[in-house]
Design a binder for this molecule. Sequence first.
Ligand code: NAP
Length: 284
Amino acid sequence: MKSMNIGVLHPGAMGVTIAQTLKDSGHRVGWVAAGRSEQTKQRARELQTFNSLDDIAGWADALISICPPHGALALAERIHATGFTGLYIDANALAPATALKIANTVGIGAYVDGGVIGPPALQPGTTRLYLSGHHAAAVADWFSAGALQAIALPMSHDGGAGHVAASMLKMSYAAYSKGASALLLSVNALAAAGGVTTALHQEWAISAPDLLKRSQRTAQMTSGKAWRFVGEMLEISETYSDMGLPDAFHAGAAATYERMGDLKDLPPQELEAVIAALLQAPAD
Ligand SMILES: NC(=O)c1ccc[n+]([C@@H]2O[C@H](COP(=O)([O-])OP(=O)(O)OC[C@H]3O[C@@H](n4cnc5c(N)ncnc54)[C@H](OP(=O)(O)O)[C@@H]3O)[C@@H](O)[C@H]2O)c1
């Protein structure tokens, strides 16, 4: 297999594990330092540093976008402005309609759609990068070693999501995983607002014994990342709407996660702290 120059924009918790898998598979991996926080700089210290998007665009055979969903379209527009001519893989949690906008921005022939399912890939067997589009199988082959597994979805010819099937799959998966987390946390806030927390937890102990533990675990696992889930929930809501399905559930999940936004960068929070955040109405 040919060794390639691949840029990862940007090496966040997930992106740095994508970068490591590409390095383990024999590729050279670069990143762009401009505008990035100290945390990203620390994570990227084993990667080749570029000062600007223009610089990396001149070096890379391919670029992988892995950033908060709300920044994905703007990043693609900035890459297009550099005159980049290689393959552009967007691996963010995006509605198929947003993924298509990005495909049209970078050029449909250069676009590969992606969606990641699982936690940052620190060990094999945990995390899959799904890919779709004409170059999906070729891109999957770049991940020949390392922890992250890449899977090319077959192109469907039955009017399905086709080119952006990876985004459709990610939306469907996260609609349940992150949607259910938002529901469980908001149920706890509702009971607290109505003064029936103890009674609810006593009833759960009888009829749904895992729900209190799940609530506590969910609070810890989502508190620091909820700010990023807002955009993802809005993308899922848009996907429901585009498919002719009721979209309010995930719009509500976005509003729930928005109230947790101030917990970003704090250590994992207990359920009580998350409930307190949810009970604070946002200022107008
Ligand atoms: N983490 C997971 O468990 C997980 C699982 C599945 C899929 N994903 C997907 O992976 C993507 C990134 O997640 P992550 O966990 O790596 O996030 P993260 O740890 O928060 O890292 C995000 C990276 O993007 C940069 N960034 C921040 N705001 C940006 C913007 N507006 N435009 C462009 N870049 C920006 C950050 O730089 P600074 O450091 O300067 O802020 C950081 O390097 C998301 O699309 C997410 O849906 C993540």
